[in-house]
Design a binder for this molecule. Structure first.
Ligand code: ATP
Ligand code: MG
Length: 422
């Protein structure tokens, strides 16, 4: 039998076992002052059944099968065995949990922060773009993130970038965007920035989800979005901690390849079953609606998360939200339907009300939210574009001006359809 210890901020909170026949179970007992590992199962001294264990741990790993194979080749892991992958890259995961081999001989003791300059960051990005099937981690790194797109994670310390070796925590995620899509990294940043700015305007007047902070940068001319991890925080002395989170595939015990099948209703029932406060459920409903407001087609269950604290779950910051406007392939379908409708241009007032009813949240306040967002978000997007007028490439900016117009008319359409029932 092999065992990985599960550790959160220095405390061992459970273990992941694999027996000689490959059966894998995790055990996470209730512990004072420790968040529950997942909403999908109760803290218990008994092992969690393999099916639930698998859904939880698969959620921590890259989804892209070529990247998994390349990572397995580089690290000596088995690409089809999530235990084996976590043994090699489970030392810094989404959320607070780390997987550390119980046997000290299997541990990587090289716990260093290694400075990385912009040239080397550009080289890593270039490799991500030219060989999207290459491993995301560099030699000596042991972090893991989910998702399909090329990415890597680094640590920011005193305004300098470092590779986080061994079990060191990463603080930022770098993504060069989806190849083949126009200005994808830039549009992801602009969308998130627009939502963040809109939240600043509307937040004091109505509930508004938190939005992860991002920046857009060119590294040797490679357009890149750099996202600040909200699951890392510092105390007043500057010590870095991990905050626990899981995505809504994990909360509903869904394997990542079924992320488009998880409905808002299922997510909400997982949240309610575990005693999540009603205002957090209402925030999640608003998060789903925000994908419609910005015409983002990819709001599937792995692109929403909950932060799990001691005893409660809160709706996490929104991340990985990019408008599909301005692409040559039209993105007209939402990943999560609103009142049964996925076609963005067909969602009307009564669908929002039906959506609210299905989730048992207040429909009128959601209508007010949509109406306010439809007015504010296009303005906020224009401000976000303006902020980058000296940074973004000129030819991108001219395409982005078109997206600005498309977003404006998309939101005008939403306002019109809110006023009518058919
Ligand atoms: N700002 C953030 N803070 C903390 N965790 C994050 C943040 N952004 C992303 N993550 C985590 O990293 C994972 C991968 O990030 P992201 O969703 O941006 O990647 P992706 O490859 O673009 O995803 P997809 O496959 O949905 O296109 C997320 O599922 C989430 O668990
Ligand atoms: Mg994602």
């Amino acid at each position: 039998m092999k065992r990985l210890l599960m550790v959160m901020n220095g405390r061992t909170i459970g273990h992941l076992d694999q027996d000689d026949r490959g059966k894998t179970t995790l055990t996470a007992p209730p512990m004072e002052g420790v968040p529950r590992l997942s909403l999908a199962f109760e803290p218990s001294t008994r092992p969690i059944p393999p099916r639930l264990t698998r859904a939880y741990i698969e959620g921590l790993l890259p989804e892209n099968s070529e990247v998994r194979s390349a990572t397995a080749r580089r690290t000596g892991a088995n690409a089809n065995n999530p235990f084996s992958l976590l043994e090699k890259i489970g030392m810094d995961c989404p959320g607070a949990v780390q997987f550390i081999p119980e046997d000290p001989a299997g541990r990587n003791e090289d716990d260093a922060l290694v400075p990385i300059d912009e040239e080397r960051i550009a080289a890593r990005l270039r490799e991500s773009v030219s060989s999207p099937a290459s491993p995301w981690i560099a030699e000596g790194e042991h972090w893991s993130l989910g998702g399909q797109q090329s990415k890597f994670a680094l640590r920011l310390e005193n305004d300098r970038w470092f590779e986080a070796r061994g079990s060191q925590a990463t603080t930022h995620i770098f993504k060069p965007g989806i190849p083949g899509l126009n200005d994808h990294a830039l549009l992801e940043h602009l969308t998130m920035r627009a939502l963040l700015l809109a939240g600043r305007v509307l937040g004091p007047t109505m509930p508004f989800p938190l939005i992860a902070e991002s920046a857009f940068k060119l590294f040797d001319n490679i357009p890149t979005i750099v996202v600040t991890r909200y699951d890392r925080y510092r105390d007043h002395a500057g010590t870095l901690y991990r905050l626990h989170q899981e995505d809504f595939c994990q909360s509903t015990s869904t394997l990542p390849d079924r992320k488009y099948e998880v409905t808002p209703t299922r997510i909400v029932s997982a949240l309610r079953r575990t005693g999540t406060a009603e205002e957090q459920i209402d925030l999640f409903a608003r998060g789903v609606l925000l994908n419609w407001i910005v015409a983002a087609p990819d709001g599937h269950a792995k692109n929403f998360s909950a932060i799990l604290t001691d005893g409660s779950a809160v709706f996490a910051h929104m991340y990985d939200v990019a408008t599909g406007l301005g692409q040559s392939i039209p993105y007209e379908k939402l990943a999560m339907g609103i009142g049964g409708k996925k076609a963005m241009s067909q969602v009307r007032r009564d669908h929002v009300l039906r959506f609210a009813e299905a989730l048992d949240v207040d429909g009128d306040s959601l209508l007010d939210f949509v109406a306010a967002c439809a007015l504010v978000v296009p303005e906020a997007f224009a401000i976000a574009v303006e902020e980058l007028s000296d940074t973004a490439p000129a030819e991108s900016l001219s395409r982005i001006r078109d997206v600005e117009e498309l977003l404006r008319s998309h939101c005008e359409g939403i306002s019109r359809r809110l006023a009518t029932t058919r």
